[in-house]
Design a protein. Structure first.
Length: 476
């Protein structure tokens, strides 16, 4: 007799579909089989029982930069994530002005405590202003369950120079951490941006020119070359173009421990969406920007064949008024970059990837939960439906057809770039550690159910070997 049994569902196990029950005790999966008995039963008839999704790249309740703060805090953001079938997130301890990397983590932990309805980890962030003692700070955070750090190659106030880049890579290699990189060439962006301004070409459509695929490709190549030199593990986040995806593939062929992440906006939104009236086009401004049909096709194929490892939202929640500022004709230089997506991430891929047959079940599970758990250090607790793991589950109605739109979603952000898009498949009941957060489409959990998830770094002894041409000056 189990505390809770999910009965009669079509269950997505690591080795394929199974019509079976799931027994849950003390928040973990204790049995998988048929005819299980429980004190409490959840009828999963006509439902597909999936592992709860893991969104390893999203932004919530960050310090104010540029005059605009996040619309979503850890309460509203995790509620929205849960309605989208996600049961664990790993956002960023983003530093504010004058804040250290450790201080940013402390701030994020304080903001999340007592508010989240699903579980959460945190990524560290290093900038030029977060402290010279980078190795010491990262080492301290490693003892607190942090196992990853993000670097930006662009954005004023965030971009790191090459010296600091190498310091972080060396420290991460020693700790067994993974380094996440926003790869765009900052100098090229600033140069092109100014030339466009000088020519009076500031319409939103020029955002794709100011952040071209070539700029992303160059920075991706350079970041991965740094990883190759140091032996560090690296995730290139939000890969948007075929050119950057090819750079990841080339690095892998040289033995670099390179991971590629993409996001729904790079499959479902295109550069042409910016060529609309300004107030409409502003809904599609994010960086790197939406790309060409060629990149869409390439990224779909990479999702299919394993060239892309992670499917994340990069949820960047701004109210529309903050996004466009005071202008009723916003341009690419004045529109805040970032869109919401924490709730739509899984329904889009479920509908257009899994149900269409583009993706096998195995690839869908890799992209939406298993790889994130394995890469970021908590596969011993989350990511799959298996005995001993947390009972993080989402029961999907595979026949539910619904329309994405602000009114149907639960983020505080007052717009979605997917307004009016029809999808099939919807999570109706979502459990975190066996506790219903959503039950038959109704929010049940109270703020504070979500817990901080400590993550484990890889064994440094198994990290890649730095590639350095030392032979000429070594003694024979």
């Amino acid at each position: 007799m189990h505390e809770l049994v999910i009965k009669g569902g079509r269950v997505a196990l690591d080795d394929g579909w199974a019509d079976c029950d799931i027994g849950i005790d003390v928040g973990r999966i204790s049995a998988i089989g048929n005819g299980l008995s429980g004190e409490t039963l959840i009828d999963a008839s006509n439902r597909w029982v999936m592992p709860g999704g893991i969104d390893a790249h999203c932004h919530l309740d960050q310090p104010v930069w540029g005059g605009a703060g996040n619309a979503d805090d850890f309460e509203s953001g995790t509620i929205s994530a849960a309605f989208g079938g996600t049961t664990c997130i790993v956002p960023f301890g983003m530093p504010g002005p004058g804040m250290s990397t450790i201080g940013a983590i402390d701030r994020a932990l304080d903001r999340a405590s007592g508010r989240a309805v699903i579980d959460y980890g945190l990524h560290a962030v290093v900038t030029m202003g977060t402290g010279a003692d980078v190795a010491q700070q990262l080492s301290e955070l490693a003892g607190r369950g942090i196992a990853s750090v993000k670097l930006f190659m662009t954005y004023q106030g965030f971009a790191v120079d090459d010296d600091l880049f190498f310091k972080v890579l060396d420290a991460a290699h020693t700790l067994g951490w993974i380094v996440m990189v926003h790869a765009e060439n900052d100098a090229a962006i600033r140069r092109t941006r100014q030339r466009l301004i000088d020519l009076g070409r500031t319409d939103i459509r020029y955002h794709v020119v100011a952040h071209s695929e070539t700029m992303e490709r160059e920075a991706t190549h350079r970041a991965l070359a740094f990883a190759e030199m140091t032996g560090a593990r690296m995730t290139v986040v939000h890969v948007s173009s075929w050119q950057s995806a090819e750079e990841v593939a080339r690095a892998r062929s040289r033995g670099v421990d390179a991971i590629a992440e993409t996001c729904p906006q790079y499959l479902f939104i295109g550069g042409a969406d910016l060529d609309r009236p300004a107030l409409d086009a502003a809904r599609f401004v994010f960086s790197p920007p939406p790309r060409s049909p060629r990149s869409h096709e390439h990224l779909w194929q990479a999702l299919i064949d394993g060239g892309i490892d992670l499917w994340s939202s990069d949820h960047s929640p701004y109210y529309f008024a903050d996004k466009i500022g005071r202008s009723q004709t916003p341009g690419f230089t004045t529109t805040l970059s970032g869109i919401p997506g924490i709730e739509t991430r899984l329904p889009l891929l479920f509908s257009e990837g899994l149900l269409t047959g583009r993706l096998t079940l195995d690839r869908y599970l890799d992209l939406t939960s298993r790889n994130a758990a394995a890469i970021y250090g908590f596969a011993d607790r989350k990511g799959s439906i298996a005995v001993g793991l947390h009972a993080d589950l989402a029961l999907w109605d595979p026949e539910a057809t619904w329309t994405l739109g602000h009114a149907a979603l639960h983020s505080r952000v007052d717009f979605t770039p997917y307004e009016g898009k029809s999808v099939t498949g919807k999570p109706t009941t979502v459990l975190v550690r066996g506790v219903p957060v959503i039950a038959d489409g109704v929010l049940k959990a109270k703020p504070g159910l979500g817990q901080f998830v400590e993550r484990s770094a890889a064994d440094p002894a198994r990290s890649g070997k730095p590639v350095e041409e030392t032979t000429p000056w070594l003694d024979a």
